[in-house]
Each structure stands twice: as structure tokens, then as C-alpha cells.
Design a binder for this molecule. Structure first.
Ligand code: COA
Length: 260
């Protein structure tokens, strides 16, 4: 797979997707959005990808959001129709069975924060600044921000952030549950990769079902979510890896997972 606006690397089951326009703080242009969609479509079907890390190139930004240069011309009605038809790459991320970890170093604004919100776990560097800043440009978040942010930080905090377009520091993001962890400046990618490697060493099917149970379950009434958990955990009892896990424990050796 060749890309221009992003980079893709795969090693030891960990795929790293890097937003790669550091000269504009990794602002997202149309090419980057199309490449991210293509990238996550292929990741969703790739059994050799166990965990995904998303990060931004350069030391200053995860992503400063949509490329504002593309806003200068008003949308004509046909473009508007096209954008309604377009599948947002973040909706493709929602279909990925693998855990996705955002490594946020520096700015994460607008569509950049919306990308991080479509990830499962967010790790920020101490110098990170985060915000859904669209209202300052007379628009609202259009990449899932109005829906995903309140589901992460609650209605009031989300409205406060979206209505003011505030840019909040990493420690506040941690306090309100917008990020799971804050690490020293320059270490977000290393921390995310370390976590990704630890997850990639887990039994592959259990990892996917654990994510599915939590993510899909949150969209369901409790009784249906509990039913989903029962079904998935029962299915996992039929795997060879479950037998291997038990044997490895009893034989006091590390397990050798096969994904079957
Ligand atoms: N779209 C297009 N270009 C952007 C951009 C964006 N979202 N964010 C930054 N850039 C460009 C700047 O225009 C500048 O380009 P130039 O060197 O050709 O002038 C370059 O990236 C560096 O940005 P600069 O503003 O000089 O860096 P800074 O460190 O002083 O400030 C930000 C960084 C991120 C605080 C500031 O650029 C900013 O507020 N960007 C807009 C963020 C935003 O509103 N995003 C939501 C979009 S919906």
C-alpha cells in the first residue's frame, strides 16, 4: 500500500498509522481523508494486524484538524451531496475489530481530535492541547465530534467544549476522561507502542471479542449487552487458544497463541 499524506508500517502485529503533513501540523486534506479510509478498510480485514497506533509526524502536532485552506471556496450543492454520500474514515475505524490507540503529541484540534475520539484508547504527551475548535470557524464538528465527545466526557463538558471551541491542556483532558494517560513530552508514541505490543501479545481472538463486547455492548440496553457478552465468552470457550492458555498456566510456561 502506498500513501502520500499518511505513512503505514506493520511490525510484530502492531500497525502504526502516521498522519504525515508536519509542515501544516498534519492538517487533514481530502487526500489524507481518502488515504485514511483506504488504510482502515484494509486494516479491518487484516488478521496479521492485532493492534493499531495512530499518531502525527513531527514533534508539534497530532493533527490541527481539517485543512482550512480547503474552506476558502464555499461548497457548491453538488459537493455537499458528495460529502453526504461519502463514508467518513472514522466510521470505517468503528468497523475495525482491533484495538486502536491514539498517541497525541501536541495539537489535536477539530478533525484531529475527532480522529482521536474514534480511537479506543488515547495517550497524550504533557504538551498536548485538545479541542473541538470548529465553532471558531462558523462550523460545527462534522467528523463525529458532536456524538463521540459527549459519549466520552458527558453532555455538559462536551457542550462546554464544543460551544466555546476551547483548547484544553493534557492534564485537564486527563481529569475529564478525554485521554486515558498523560506521559512526558515526546513520549506519547513510545508509550502507545509499548501498550500496543503488550496487547498484541494477548490471544488474538480474545482481544477482538473483548473490544467487541465493550464497544458494541455500550450501544445496547444492558440485558442485550449482557447477552452479547455471554455469547462471545461462550464462543471463546471453543478455541484451541483457551486450551493452550490453561495448559501453559499449569505447565508454568508462556502460552503460544495460534488465533484458532
Ligand atoms: N489547516 C491548514 N493549515 C494549517 C492548519 C489547518 N488546520 N493548522 C495549521 N496550519 C498551517 C499554518 O497555516 C502554517 O502554515 P504556513 O507555515 O504556510 O503559514 C503552518 O501550518 C504552521 O502553523 P502556525 O499557525 O504557524 O503554527 P503555530 O505553532 O503558531 O500554531 C496552531 C499552531 C495549531 C495553534 C494554529 O496553526 C491553529 O490554530 N490552527 C488551526 C486549528 C483549527 O482551528 N483547526 C480546526 C479546523 S476545523
Amino acid at each position: 500500500m502506498t500513501y502520500e499524506a499518511i505513512q503505514y508500517e506493520l511490525g510484530d502485529g502492531v500497525a502504526t498509522v502516521t498522519l504525515n503533513r508536519p509542515d501544516v501540523h498534519n492538517a487533514m486534506n481530502d487526500l489524507m481523508r481518502r488515504e485514511l479510509k483506504r488504510c482502515f478498510e484494509s486494516v479491518a480485514d487484516a488478521d496479521d494486524v492485532r493492534v493499531v497506533v495512530v499518531t502525527g509526524a513531527g514533534a508539534k502536532a497530532f493533527s490541527a484538524g481539517a485543512d482550512i485552506r480547503e474552506f476558502v471556496e464555499p461548497l457548491v450543492p453538488t459537493r455537499f451531496r458528495d460529502s453526504r454520500r461519502r463514508v467518513d474514515f472514522r466510521a470505517v475505524m468503528d468497523r475495525c475489530p482491533q484495538p486502536i490507540i491514539a498517541a497525541i503529541g501536541g495539537y489535536a484540534f477539530g478533525g484531529g481530535l475527532e480522529l482521536a475520539l474514534a480511537c479506543d484508547i488515547r495517550i497524550a504527551a504533557a504538551n498536548a492541547t485538545l479541542g473541538l475548535t470548529e465553532v471558531n470557524l462558523a462550523i460545527i464538528p462534522g467528523g463525529g465530534g458532536t456524538q463521540r465527545l459527549p459519549r466520552v466526557v458527558g453532555r455538559g463538558k462536551a457542550l462546554e467544549m464544543i460551544l466555546t471551541g476551547a483548547r484544553i491542556p493534557a492534564d485537564e483532558a486527563l481529569r475529564i476522561g478525554l485521554v486515558e494517560r498523560v506521559v512526558p513530552e515526546g513520549q506519547a508514541l513510545a508509550a502507545a507502542t509499548e501498550l500496543a505490543r503488550a496487547l498484541a501479545a494477548r490471544a488474538p481472538v480474545a482481544l477482538r471479542y473483548a473490544k467487541e463486547a465493550v464497544v458494541k455492548g455500550l450501544e445496547l440496553p444492558l440485558a442485550d449487552g449482557l447477552r452479547l457478552e455471554t455469547d462471545l465468552s461462550t464462543l471463546l470457550r471453543t478455541t484451541e487458544d483457551r486450551v493452550e492458555g490453561a495448559k501453559a498456566f499449569l505447565e508454568k510456561r508462556p502460552p503460544r497463541w495460534t488465533g484458532r
